[in-house]
Design a protein around this ligand. Structure first.
Ligand code: 6PG
Length: 467
């Protein structure tokens, strides 16, 4: 029997950073990689930390180097490679061993893998890891799914390497089976919306007010010192201040305006819709990335589709408050999706704990998350963050600025899909009587779908005179 407490399969950027983090915390870590030639350079990079690393070139040696019950973490591309690895490892493993997928997997795949391994004695864990390479190396935020058995194995190691917020490790066993990957997916959905909100405000200042990148960066730098303090605002300020050494122009001005996406934002939207929810600010962000890819069409359309002549933009304080309102609404939508999934899958997610483990290490870490954690611990009327005392007050203060900003953007003809969608949701939620009565009448008219009257219970039909 080996002595390594955990094994990492996959020495790419994230896998090697996590292995070094574990080794640094004194945890003996087995490592291997599909291409064995990556191992030697990795050990050289590890320097003195290599003393805590146990390299193997074959899967058999890798498994043999691990203490039982074994804990093996895959840091490989999600999808088919994970299924392939499970198949290859299965015959080498025994009762009580745990396989962990630390990639950005679709939680439906994770649930399927958990179900496939049921009754085999093996455990499968989906674990969301956030924070990029820097986080993985020095303290990520981790969202762990799977069984209590696996968590008992993993907990001391995960807590040792996680980021901390006031001494509290940013890792938790959030729930069984696919819960960890679901929570990470929603984290990324919020990440998409947070990034988009920043980009929309950048667009207003660039295209509406004619500010250059450095000036906008300086404003974000100021905002970072207040309630908008977040990792994403911080890096935005930094990015906007960087000059291209070749041309002397702001680097950001030289980057093609088509955004990539690997799928987690889209999955958040899809899963929200399946759960009967709609995270509109996140949808706005996913849509904006999709529209951005139609670069050629936009180039043509810009000369064909007229817009307004421009309009007065709000001042900086109004934009700051608008961003805060939109960020609150975005997070509230994300947590609403988590609550719906928790109910649907019987996960009993502790929403406050999720907010707590997002306070450090992850990409969406921000001052707001600490306030959210507090509110989520308290009374939440109708299960909605926006109805908590603390957030009602914050929204009352900031939504007028969001409204002013969205109106100004629309008058100027500048797209703000996430800001506008966040506001649209806020306005829909505060309508005691909406307009779905008319939709119900239409459905009943053309499809006899029935509706419920306001003055008596039960489904009925309208006295429509068919044309
Ligand atoms: C994180 C990030 C990380 C990555 C995502 C988003 O939490 O560390 O979310 O997982 O940035 O894969 O990627 P896309 O923007 O390419 O979808």
């Amino acid at each position: 029997m080996g002595e390594a407490r955990i094994g990492i399969y996959g020495l790419g950027t994230m896998g090697s950073a996590l292995a070094l983090n574990l080794a640094e915390k004194g945890i003996r870590t087995a490592v291997t990689n599909q291409e064995p030639e990556w191992i030697a350079p990795f050990l050289t990079e590890a320097g003195p930390l290599a003393a805590n690393l146990v390299p193997s070139e074959t899967l058999e040696d890798f498994v043999a180097s691990l203490a039982t019950p074994r804990t093996i973490l895959f840091m490989i591309p999600s999808g088919a490679p994970v299924d392939g690895m499970i198949e290859r490892l299965r015959p080498l493993l025994g009762e009580g061993d745990t396989l962990i997928d630390g990639g950005n997997a679709d939680f439906n795949d994770t649930r399927r893998r958990v179900a496939d391994l049921e009754g085999t004695g093996l455990h499968f864990v989906g674990m969301g890891v956030s924070g990029g390479e820097e986080g993985a190396r020095h303290g990520p935020s981790m969202m762990v799914g799977g069984t209590d058995h696996s968590w008992t194995q993993l907990q001391p190691m995960a807590e040792a390497i996680a980021a901390t917020f006031n001494g509290d490790p940013c890792v938790a066993h959030v729930g069984p089976d696919g819960a960890g990957h679901f929570v990470k997916t929603v984290h990324n959905g919020i990440e998409y919306a947070d990034m988009q909100i920043i980009a929309e405000v950048y667009g207003l200042l660039r295209d509406g007010a004619g500010w250059d990148a450095a000036r906008i960066g300086a404003l974000f730098g100021e905002w970072r010192k207040g309630p908008l303090d977040s990792f994403l605002v911080e890096i935005t300020a930094e990015v906007l201040g960087v000059t291209d050494p070749e041309t002397g122009r702001p680097m950001v001005d030289l980057i093609l305006d088509t955004a990539g996406q690997k799928g987690t934002g889209r999955w958040t939207v899809i899963e929200a819709l399946k759960l009967g929810q709609s995270a509109t600010a996140i949808e706005g962000a996913v849509a904006a990335r999709s529209w951005s890819s139609e670069k050629a069409a936009r180039g043509v359309a810009s000369g064909m589709l007229p817009g307004p002549e421009g309009a007065e933009l709000p001042d900086e304080a109004t934009l700051e408050a608008a961003m805060l309102a939109a960020r609150i609404l975005t997070h509230a939508q994300g947590f609403r999706v988590l609550a719906a999934a928790s109910e649907e899958f019987g996960w009993s997610l502790d929403l406050a704990r999720i907010a707590e483990i997002w306070r450090a290490g992850c990409i969406i870490r921000s001052a707001l998350l600490d306030d959210l954690a507090g509110a989520l611990r308290g009374e939440m009327p109708e299960g909605h963050l926006i109805l908590t005392l603390a957030f009602r007050a914050k929204l009352a203060e900031t939504v007028p600025a969001l409204r002013t900003t969205v109106i100004a953007a629309m008058q100027a003809g500048l797209p703000v899909p996430s800001l506008a969608s966040a506001l649209g949701w806020y306005d829909a939620m505060r309508q005691a009587t909406g307009t779905a009565n008319l939709v119900q009448a239409q459905r009943d008219f053309f499809g006899a779908h029935g509706f419920v009257r306001t003055d008596r219970p039960g489904a009925t039909h309208g006295p429509w005179h068919k044309v």
